[in-house]
Design a protein around this ligand. Structure first.
Ligand code: NAD
Ligand code: UDP
Length: 339
């Protein structure tokens, strides 16, 4: 089976490429490198000891996509390509809707034209907005209380894909709602490489540990959580990658749009993360309590039992391993892929 991996050079995509190849799938990576570099794929090639076809192109370009579909017989698509910086999406909403929503519509049109109707889409727990309670099941309401265009673009794409299925039941669609991906491949040769000051907690902590940032701002210590700081469901990127392989393994047998949480079911606070990272790295992480960040919620963690039921998937890596693997990547590559 030949899988097109859009956004395959990015953080989650590059890790997923390893497991797809190890599971025996052929892959083609499609990326415009707007938030990644070819170096990640070169490193994946070393890990899997084989070359990987890469097509540089933009999902908004029919011409770019048709080039791939003309050259390769694609059986299914894992669609990671998208912009993901929450703050930037508030400043540049049209850029986000164009890239994420228009890009996905274009991708589906080309897939349909070439008779490829199986897609696994990278959605996000952000579609749940501020959940009424935790843990969050897939039946919780979505779309309400999303605080930024990035999150809304994910919600809109989910709705579009549901409509595509309603119009043509031969589509096979899996919406994977990720919680908070962290960690890196064991060897420390690939990992998360933010191009700017990190927005997310884990890369900010690891850059503080390696000396690139002076201290961490902890956004709020007065939430209704055990220690007052925000609680999230951090999931190792290799567990997340494995969830995609399981989705591809099963996709042909699904007869409805499958919506699946990928999380661990555990919630950790910002200060839990700081402590765990200090333990893994042996470094002190200086931090200051700062005001709450606009749009943040107190707590968000998954009920992952549906993933277990339908994909026979569950996360196996704990917090220590997430921090150790992030640290190995960060300490071996203080400047990411830029050397
Ligand atoms: P990433 O930025 O590392 O990877 C995305 C990749 O898509 C990059 O390589 C980028 O160059 C590429 N891309 C972006 N726009 C493109 C376009 N128009 N055409 C072709 N390629 C394009 O991000 P990631 O963390 O690997 O996330 C992958 C997907 O998962 C994204 O859709 C993201 O929104 C979603 N997601 C991520 C998280 C997270 O915390 N990392 C959480 C939930 C959902
Ligand atoms: N956070 C923080 N300092 C930072 C980045 C994040 O205190 O520099 C907190 C944030 O307020 C939230 C948690 O860490 O409670 C996870 O934030 P992240 O941006 O990584 O993920 P998301 O908000 O998407 O869940």
């Amino acid at each position: 089976m030949n899988i097109l991996v859009t956004g395959g050079a990015g953080y989650i995509g590059s890790h997923t490429c390893i497991l797809l190849i190890e599971a025996g799938y052929s892959i083609v990576v499609f990326d415009n490198f707007s938030n990644s570099s070819i170096e990640s794929i070169k490193r994946v090639e070393k890990i899997v000891n084989q070359s990987i076809p890469v097509v540089e192109g933009d999902i908004r370009s029919t011409k770019d996509l048709e080039k791939v579909f003309n050259e390769y017989k694609i059986d299914a698509v894992i669609h990671f390509a998208g912009l993901k910086a929450v703050g930037e999406s508030v400043d540049k909403p049209l850029k986000y809707y164009d890239n994420n929503v228009t890009g996905t519509i274009n991708l589906c049109e080309v897939m349909s034209k070439y008779g490829c109707k199986s897609i696994v889409f990278s959605s996000s727990a952000t579609v749940y907005g501020n959940p009424a309670s935790n843990p969050i099941t897939e039946y919780f309401p979505v779309g309400q209380g999303i605080t930024n265009p990035y999150g809304r673009s994910k919600y809109i794409i989910e709705e579009i894909l549901r409509d595509v299925f309603i119009s043509d039941n031969s589509w096979k669609i899996v919406l994977l709602r990720y919680f908070n991906p962290v960690g890196a491949y064991k060897s420390g040769t690939i990992g998360e490489d933010p191009s700017d000051i990190p927005n997310n907690l884990m890369p900010f902590i690891s850059q503080t540990a390696v000396g690139k940032r002076e201290y961490l701002n902890v956004f709020g210590d007065d939430y209704d959580t055990p220690d007052g700081t925000g609680v999230r469901d951090y999931i190792h990127v290799m567990d997340l990658a494995d969830g995609h392989v399981k989705a591809i393994d099963k996709i042909k047998s699904f007869d409805k749009v499958m919506t699946i949480n990928l999380g661990t079911g555990n919630g950790y606070s910002v200060l839990d993360m700081v402590k765990a990272f200090e333990k893994a790295s042996g470094k002190k992480i200086p931090y200051k309590i700062a005001p709450r960040r606009d749009g943040d919620i107190a707590m968000c963690y998954a009920n992952p039992s549906y993933a277990k039921e339908v994909l026979d998937w569950s996360a196996t890596r704990g917090l220590d391993e997430m921090c150790e693997d992030s640290w190995r990547w960060q300490s071996q590559n203080p400047n990411g892929y830029r050397g």
